[in-house]
Each structure stands twice: as structure tokens, then as C-alpha cells.
Design a protein around this ligand. Sequence first.
Ligand code: ADP
Ligand code: ZN
Ligand code: ZN
Length: 734
Amino acid sequence: MTEARIARVALPGPLDELFDYLPGVMGQPEPGTRVLVPFGRSRRVGILVEYAAECGCDPSRLKPVERALDPRPLFGPTDLTLIRWAARYYRHPLGDALFTALPVRLRESGPLLASGVAGIRLTAAGAALTPAELARAPRQQALLARLLESPEGLAQRNLADELGGITSALRALRAKGLVESCRLEPGAVASADSSAVLAAPELNPEQAAALAAVSEALGGFRPFLLDGITGSGKTEVYIRAIAEVVAAGGQALVMVPEIGLTPQLRERFRTRLPGPLAVLHSALAAGERERAWHQAASGEAPVVLGTRSAVFVPLPRLALIVVDEEHDPSLKQQEGFRYSARDLAVRRAQLVGCPVVLGTATPALETLHNVTAGRYHRLALPRRAGGARPPTINLLDIRNQPLRAGLSPVLRERMHAALATGGQVLLLLNRRGYAPVLTCHSCGWVGVCPDCDARMTLHLGERRLWCHHCGRIESVPRDCPQCGGPDLRMLGRGTERLEEGLTELFPGVRIARIDRDSTRRKGELTRLLAAVHRGEVQILLGTQMLAKGHDFPGVTLAGVIDLDHALYASDFRAPERTAQLIVQVAGRAGRAERAGEVVLQTRHPEHPLLQSLLREGYGGFARAALAEREAAQLPPFTYLALLRAEAPEQEAALAFLAAARAHAEPLCSPEVELLGPVPAPLSRRAGRHRAQLLVQCAQRPALQHFLAHWTPTLRALRRIKGVRWSLDVDPQEM
Ligand code: ADP
Ligand code: ZN
Ligand code: ZN
């Protein structure tokens, strides 16, 4: 008797349910395969998710799957389980979650790339030759010598990585009939030589202990926090652990918040680990991205380095996951499918049964809480690798101080001293543009964005007013638009203005500015960073981009121009983010032989956060902050979900949320609390009014249970014209 099987298929788009089909006559593809199915009057590409014994309807009305589009599944069983789990946890339509995890071309019916990779091998004539016979063509000789070592052939890309430009040498050898093309199966791709790994520095005892803990855990699930100050050698530990995994035939996944900002990290991975390295991030062209995805999914690439979305890339031999800068909020997707790549990395490791290493100098409070609760195992690297000394941190009270270009006399004096001894200076000002406010001195007019509750920032270089919230651009008025008066003044200071001021205060000193404006051109950031590394820049100023994982060994003084802005933000996570920023900036100073110095300018030197940070470091700050969170019953001691709504009218947004609340109340168990609706902190943005309703719960399962019942009612709510809404589980920004 044959089992009546129903094929359950996910379709792209905001569809929560799976669609049932008869398996069809083309054999039974495995779950994870793309299938072509009839849908209404058309056909669609879907992903076969599972087989079921029966469906809720009359099977005779089901249509059959037309055909499978792939010779083998694109997603393995754990890949599918992970995405299904994530879609459920973050209340996102499964079809959309699955399809966004695929390269663009595969979301349509495009075929998979040919399996295997382009390789080169010697012909019989080539194998009979000795390299000495090619002495007059050194490149051909090198190529021949390398190919003689690997009779099964070598990947063309690896050869190019290893030997540099090989195109003409290859053409010549081909013309002589000495080499030929072949296709290599992913498993057979010989890795680049591993001598670089051996040339690595000797680990200090803490690094060695951390590495030993991770390698002992290989083969089973174990989450680690690698808690190490900047420069303590975390990356070195990742590299060693990855090398071990790769040598044993496994794959490693390394996730970072932003790849564009850390070309150095990519280079280190490329040169220290056997390749090919698959790099995955959203700034790649679709074709590059697809090739990297394929290298990962086919198992050809042993190491995958990627941003958030890489957490979903299929990896058949996954044996280790690393999340670097695990505290960084950009690991949480802020629109559409709002998942936390860090949390999913831990979930994925659990499903696969492998260790996951969360590395940072400033652990998220959630992560520290997981350590305290015994769920994560902490590995500490308390000192700088290679003997560099940690910097001293000084609070500088700037009340009543004469500031020039925003710099107090003490900071200016410290800068001169650092420059005089050949050090580099790093200045952080977390505000881009020239001035955050343009105002009329006669009537008090202020340049505000007509579409947002926000001021327009003056960008002098581009001669325009720019809204940083909606992107609106206006030209700079010559005279006051309100009274016609000529006395328009710029208040406050952004990085552009700071740069101008520094040029005046430090004549002849070479200055580089790094922010989103100055690095918009492709390759510009890499160029600036390289100039800093070559010592061609003496003062480096910029926004928090500077605090993101760059390595500035020449910096001996780091200054934070204006801390107060961050101290008094409305989000309950503001203190945590501020402390992280300070510690990250401090980590950039004094990495080499010289001890560094950090100067924080503030008008609130007594602020308890600053005090705990100064006296007890990040660990002490985190303990204090966690105690506050516990007293206030905030995460990680409770769990949140935020329902956001926006509409052209504030009333519409609030009305939607009120209706949502009415549907929620009967579903609430006693531990689920509803707060709101209230207008959002930036209540008007891009011409739309925003409001929110917060759901808070002491237990994650109870919150999940509530959300599972509530979200369908939200989808079924009567449409209010113009209202758009979204649900954010574990929101990072409030
Ligand atoms: P992190 O990732 O914690 O910032 P890195 O791994 O980048 O630290 O190490 C900081 C610097 O110290 C790098 O230049 C690295 O090559 C060097 N380094 C790391 N470990 C050692 C070691 N055991 N001995 C000497 N130098 C080391
Ligand atoms: Zn005016
Ligand atoms: Zn705006």
C-alpha cells in the first residue's frame, strides 16, 4: 500500500500558510527543493517544506506539483528547521523568510550554478615535464611546479590567489598542450597551503585556554562568550579554532556586524586560512553574492564570512560558528524579517550540534545575563596580546571651559603632546554634517524637516540641508525664509565642522575624516584606512564608524568630543550603548608598545554610569546596569515585543493600535502586560505619524504563546486606510 503523501510548499510573499499539493509524477524531491507548482491560473516557484500524511481538505481537489527545479535540495534539514523556527519566533511569513535566504536568481526559476568548480590540471605531456625546462618563463614554471604537487588538479581561483596573475602563463601552457581545464568536485578542492597558519604568533596562556575550551567542545553544542578587550587576541583565537575545524573537514561560519567597515579582518582571514573564503554581505552585486552563496552551500568554501543574512546560508559541514562584536545592534535586522542574527546563530549551533563563540570587548547585557544563568560559558582574555598596555581613561569636565572647535584646553594640550611624540590622535564625534541646526538670529526660525519631527542638518560641503531621518534634501537659504533677515547662524557641531576647526587649530597636521559622507564613494574607506595605517594621517576624526572593529596601532590618544548627547537619550539601552562606545573607542588607543590615553569630554562628570565605568571598567558597569534593569523589570529580565504602526494621520495609527490592544486583552495570560499605545519617540517621520504598543512578559514561552494567537488577529483586523504596521520581537531600538 502506498502512503498518501501531501507535499507542503511555501510560496514567496507575505503568506503565512503552506500550500498543499500532490507530490506529482516526477519522483519525490526532498524537502528544501524548489518546485514549480500551479497557483490559481499561473505557476509559481515554491519551496517544498515537508510531506504530510494528510491534508485538511479533500485530496481529490489538490493539484500535483509540476516538477522539481533542483537536482538536490537547496536547504538541508537543519537549514529548513532553523528558518522555520526563526519565522515562527519572529512572527514572519515562512515563504518570505525562505525566499529571502536565497540568492535573487534562485528566487525565480533560475538553475543552480553548475556543480564543482573550474580547475586546471596537467596533461600527460605536462606531467612528464620537469619545471627546470621552463626556466626562461618563471611564471609558467611556478604554475607547473604547483600543479605537479596536485595531480588531481587545482581550482583556478585558488591558484590565482596563491600565485597572483596567472592568466598569460596559463594561456601559454595551454597553447603548448601542457595543461587542460577540468571540473573539481567541491570536496576535492585542494586548499591553499597552510604554512601561513603555522607562522602565527604563539598564543598567550589565556588565548591557549580559550582555544582549548572551544576545540574540546567541537562536535557538540556549546555557547561561549569570548570576553576580551580590544587587542586581546580574540581574532587570533577564532582563526586557530577555525583552522582546526577546517583541517578536520568542517566548515566555519563567521558573522560580523558590517563587512564594509573591516577590510582588515577579511584580509586576515584570507591570508591565514585555507581558501576559498566565501564573503557574503548585502553590498555585493547579485552575481558575486550568488557565487559566494554557492561556494558555501556546496561545501566548496570551508570558511564563510558574512553579515546578518549569512546566518541562513546552507552549510553542509558546519562545525563552528563565530559571532564577532556580538553586542552590535546592527546584528538585529531592523525591517521586514526582524531577526537577531546573534540569537539565531546560537539556535543554529544548537540544531547543528556545534560550538558557537560570541566575541566582544563589551558584551551585551543579555549575553552577560546568559553567562550568569549558566547558559553560556565565559572565556576571558583580560590583557592585550603581544604585551601592549591598556589605556588610561580620563573624564574631562568641560563646564565653563573655553572651547575651541569643541575642544577644551586640556584636550588640545594632550593632542599637541601626542602629536609631538609621533602618535596619532583619534577624535569621536557622533554627528555627521557641519551643524545640526540652522537658525535665524533675528526671529528664531529653525530649519526643520517638513516631513519629520526633526531638524535639518547643514552639510556645508554639499551646500544643503539634509534630514538624517527621511533623507530629504533642501538647498541652504541665503536669507531667513521667515523674516527675510540675513543673519542665519549655525549651531552645534558635526564632523564636517570639527574637521574645519582642526585644520585651523593644527595647521600643517594631516587630518582625515571618516563618516558616512566622506566614505560614500566605493573604495574611499579602504583608502583612508590605508593612509592611517601608513602613518600619513595624524588626526583621525569621525563618527562611531571609527569604533567598529578597526585596528589603529598608531593611535596613542583618543578623545570623545561630546558624551552628554548619548547619556540622556530616551531608549533604556542608551547607557549600555554609550558604555560600549566608550570602551570600544578606548580600545583603539595604545595598541602597540606605547600605552594610550582616552579623554572623555562631559558636562556631567558625576553621572553614575561614567563613574562605574571609570572605577570598575565595563564589567563593573554591566553589573550595575543589570541590577537597574532587574529593578525596572526590563530585558534581559523580561521579554518584549513591539507593535509599531504608522499612518498619514496620528489618529489612524493610534486607532489601529487600540484595536490591536482590544484583541490582545482576552488573550493575555496574567504575566503578559500591554503598554500603550503611545506616539513613538520620533513621532513623525517622512510625513508619516508613528505610534507603538509594547508587550512585556516575564517569560519567553508565555510571550511566544501570546504572540502566536495575537498575530493572526492582527492580520485579520479591519484595514484602516493608510496604516502600515510591523511586529518586532526582542526589539533593539525603542
Ligand atoms: P582582537 O580581535 O581581540 O582585537 P587580535 O586578534 O586582532 O585581537 O590581536 C590584536 C593584535 O595582537 C594583532 O595584531 C594580532 O596579530 C596580535 N596578536 C594576537 N595574539 C597574539 C599573541 N599571542 N602574540 C603576539 N601577538 C598577538
Ligand atoms: Zn528670521
Ligand atoms: Zn525628514
